[in-house]
Ligand binder design. Structure first.
Ligand SMILES: [Zn+2]
Length: 359
């Protein structure tokens, strides 16, 4: 696939559209209920060229840095058709690469495509009865449920299968993943997103207050700190959230940024094993949840890990204990982690090494 950034100069009208996309991206990226860290991506199709968010970039920074990469639409579509990876050209490390979801953006026929990890949408997208539950909430909209498929070509092909027969579809709920909204321009796509968000909204469950007596033991170490976002304590104090998370991995970003298992400790273990297990060098987790007490953050936690954790808590607080959930399968998790290694996470980790817990 060729990078089309060089040869085409944008006309003033197109330039305005790319600026609008940047403004929209910054708005989406600054809402933690829609986008966490470098996830989420936006694109616009202009004259055979797809302008899409570069991999590893944070939508929130769209007005401060170069955000979009341009690629030839036809060559991405051809790659999807032939089931071929699209990125060998981007193996050079210093060159911004198009988002891993470029194939999905390319095959959708609308000019503007927004993909977000809306916590409300994910709370439905992890339920086995999600499609049934959403029938009424999304009634009247042109929407489709897309069963889970790995990012990149597999997801694009799954969408094509479903949307091929209903090209006008402009709302996609991605199983165990997130939400896609399409529109003719940024304004109509954002308006539709607002409508869908209103329909999907779930009030988060209340959770018991943290008990700091055990957490203070951890806080004595200079390597750990109390979270500055109160809702994070729910992972320690809310048994419903713990039950949900003990079941497995709910969606890809959870696996990529927070690991396979949740570090949930009983208070007694903190008191007896804290020194040996949580003050080590490389193996300490980015956070720890203590049953009935709350959560503490490792000061080495990156801002991407922190944003992902905040999103995860918002999802679990919107999920009923009794809901039957679909967790990612082992093979799906391995696939996610291998893509994460050369996809978004690599860029994020490199960006943040010098700046842990950058807010
Ligand atoms: Zn995504």
């Amino acid at each position: 696939m060729k990078n089309a950034a060089q040869p085409k100069l944008l006309s003033t009208r197109y330039e305005r559209e790319v600026v609008s996309l940047g403004e929209l991206s910054a708005r989406l990226g600054s809402n933690p209920l829609l986008v966490q860290a470098s996830n989420g991506n936006t694109s616009i199709k202009l004259d055979g060229i797809l302008w899409i968010k570069a991999s590893g970039k944070w939508l929130a920074h769209a007005m401060q840095e170069e955000m979009f990469v341009s690629v030839e639409l036809a060559s991405v579509k051809e790659a999807v058709q032939n089931n071929k990876e699209i990125a060998p050209h981007y193996d050079l490390r210093d060159e911004p690469r198009p988002s891993i979801e470029t194939p999905m953006h390319a095959i959708l026929r609308h000019r503007v495509v927004i993909h977000v990890h809306s916590v409300n949408a994910i709370a439905w997208a992890i339920r086995l009865d999600g499609p049934e539950q959403l029938k009424e909430r999304l009634a009247g909209l042109r929407w489709q449920w897309i069963p889970y498929a790995g990012s990149g070509i597999p997801l694009a092909r799954e969408i094509e299968k479903k949307v091929g027969r209903a090209r006008e579809t402009d709302v996609l709920v991605l199983g165990n993943h997130g939400l896609v909204i399409c529109g003719h321009d940024c304004y109509s796509a954002e308006k539709l997103l607002r409508d869908v968000e209103r329909r999907l909204a779930i009030a988060p469950r209340r959770f018991p207050r943290p008990d700091t007596s055990v957490l203070n033991t951890i806080a004595r170490s200079s390597k750990w700190q109390f979270p500055d976002v109160d809702s994070l304590h729910a992972l320690g104090t809310d048994p419903d959230s713990q039950k949900i998370l003990k079941g497995g991995i709910l969606y890809p970003c959870q696996a990529i940024f927070l690991g396979h298992t949740m570090p949930l400790w009983p208070p007694a273990a903190v008191i007896s094993k804290f020194k040996e297990r949580l003050i080590g060098k490389d193996t300490t987790p980015p956070f720890i949840a203590v049953e009935r007490s709350g959560v503490m953050l490792n000061k080495k936690m990156t801002s991407a890990e922190r944003a992902t954790l905040i999103g995860l808590v918002q999802v679990t607080q919107r999920t009923e204990r009794s809901a039957r959930l679909r967790y990612l399968e082992k093979a799906e998790i391995s696939d996610v982690l291998s893509k994460g290694a050369h996809g978004c996470k690599e860029g994020v980790v490199m960006e943040e090494k010098a700046n842990p817990i950058a807010r």
